[in-house]
Design a protein around this ligand. Structure first.
Ligand SMILES: [Zn+2]
Length: 506
């Protein structure tokens, strides 16, 4: 039913950066949209990153970005193929290993997590591409083969930028490759709105608020979109038909490519005990030692089964009440299964008692930079009234107490699968982010306008108008809007950069 995809990821480091430079710049300039992802050396205080006040969150991110560094950068360039059916893309994926030349903090938990997921620190120190953070030093950011110049090329290209749970990524990119982060959040968003005039999109926001999937962590969202896409292709239905092509790399270039296989979603034999925590949030404090399954394929298939059961129950309920449908019920939209709700309740109860353990552990699992796993699913908020004010499991990573089904340690194959998932993570994560975006564009365009011709022409202007410049905020019902508000001024460093990048005042 679903097809397997092999994704070529181009491994970029200091020994081949110059050689690959022209190809990368062309890929950026000719793309339709660009997805990015980063691996970070740490994040600082997790609780502050999830503070109630968004200004407070920004302060914590500001501190983290000032003191930590980007270890690797993933760039996925999606180029729409005009001669092919709609929603066909040529995709080029780069994974850049970086090495900050200035002092920075690297957190033990982050190292542990990264090593467990295949990050190669020898390689990073041996051939990471060097860079300096903060403001320009000597004003040569627009010349030469530097990562900061590449960032300048990205700005000049004026492409739509796509990230998954991208606020922290954006702050680190700004601080690392652009200028010192402004003190105030409103200044930061004002700067961003000018830096990326084609818009910034956050696929975690898209996943939760437009696609309305049961969970929204990256791998889940990607696999679910891919599965739905291949179903719609196979059945020949009018749904999205995203089609990807990759370059055939030959000669010297081929030695830099790593092929990441992304197999079709299949039902997994044997393993049936899904780790509920992982299922809901995409991370689990037990990591690779968890006796329960972290298999996203299995989780997706179980969710689909739950959803169908629930839909039947809902229908019965509706029939009883005589209430009409909410009107928004596309093939991938529905509430979280009840088992996820149970998990959320558990989090609330245990949160207070195990805070210490939470502080020790919450950063290592799921992701090195507080990514998807951290936040709750709230698809059911209309029904259950658990919207934005819930505690976040990210700061209460406690043992889940589901030890009743004790199993022997996982098979070697399973362990390897978990470990493999981390190699060239930034590049592959950027690729997955781009895929979700391409799928969402195809789906929402189809829903909005049945006539494909007109919709296609329009899509170049704004890819997903309902989601433009909306950055996901964990535990909040509303996104962060990337706008220049009436009262906000751009930062001085940004104005200087813009003059350099665009050769003009803004
Ligand atoms: Zn687990």
């Amino acid at each position: 039913m679903s097809s397997s995809i092999v994704v070529p990821v181009i491994d970029v480091h200091s020994n081949n950066f110059k050689e690959l430079w022209p190809a990368m710049v062309v890929a950026i300039k000719t793309s339709s949209f660009i997805a990015l992802d980063t691996e970070l050396s740490g994040l600082g205080n997790r609780k502050s990153l999830l503070a109630e006040s968004i200004e407070d969150r920004y302060k914590a991110i500001w501190h983290a970005a000032r003191s930590r560094s980007i270890l690797s950068l993933g760039i996925a360039c999606y180029k729409k193929l005009d001669q092919k059916p709609p929603d066909s893309y040529l995709v080029q994926v780069y994974n850049l290993t970086l090495l900050c030349s200035e002092e920075y903090i690297i957190e033990p938990q982050s190292v542990q997590f990264l090593v467990q997921h295949g990050f190669d620190f020898n390689k990073q120190y041996g051939c990471g591409i060097p860079y300096c953070k903060g403001n320009n030093k000597g004003g040569s950011d627009d010349r030469g083969v530097h990562i900061r110049t590449l960032f300048t090329e990205l700005l000049r290209a004026r492409k739509a930028l796509v990230l998954h749970n991208g606020l922290i990524d954006m702050a680190f990119l700004y601080q690392s490759f652009y200028a010192h982060l402004p003190e105030r959040l409103t200044t930061f968003t004002a700067d961003l709105s000018e830096m990326f005039p084609a818009g910034i999109y956050d696929t975690k926001y898209v996943t939760e608020f437009e696609l309305r999937l049961t969970a929204s962590y990256l791998e889940y969202a990607y696999k679910k979109c891919k599965l739905e896409n291949s179903r719609s292709v196979t059945s020949g239905s009018a749904g999205p038909h995203v089609h990807l092509e990759f370059c055939q790399y030959a000669g010297d270039l081929s030695t830099y490519i790593d092929y990441r296989e992304c197999p079709a979603v299949t039902s997994t034999e044997g393993q049936t005990d899904v780790c509920q925590r992982f299922s809901a949030f995409g991370w689990c404090p037990n990591g690779t030692k968890c006796p329960l399954s972290h298999d996203t394929d299995l989780i997706i298939l179980q969710d689909e089964k739950c959803k169908n059961d629930k839909r039947k129950r809902r229908k019965r309920l509706r029939d009883k009440k005589g209430a009409s449908d909410t009107g928004k019920d596309c093939s991938v939209s529905d509430g979280a299964p009840t088992n996820k709700m149970a998990n959320m309740e558990e989090d609330k109860e245990e949160a207070a008692g195990d805070q210490k353990e939470a502080d020790e552990k919450s950063c290592t699992d799921g992701n090195s930079h507080m990514d998807d796993g951290r936040d709750m699913k709230n698809d059911d908020e209309e029904e259950n009234g658990v919207g934005e004010d819930k505690t976040n499991p990210g700061d209460s990573a406690v043992s889940v107490g589901e030890g009743t089904g004790i199993r022997s340690t996982e098979s070697n194959a399973e362990a390897r699968k978990k470990a493999d998932a981390g190699t060239h993570r930034a590049g592959f994560d950027a690729y997955m982010t781009g895929y979700i975006f391409a799928y969402a564009c195809a789906l929402i365009k189809k829903e909005a306008e049945p006539g494909p011709e007109g919709a296609d022409a329009q899509s170049e202007e704004s890819w997903l108008p309902v989601c433009i410049n909306k950055i996901y905020l964990s535990g909040k019902a509303a996104p962060l809007n990337v706008v220049k508000s009436t009262f906000a001024k751009s930062s001085k460093a940004h104005v200087q950069k813009m003059e350099m990048v665009w050769g003009q005042k803004m």
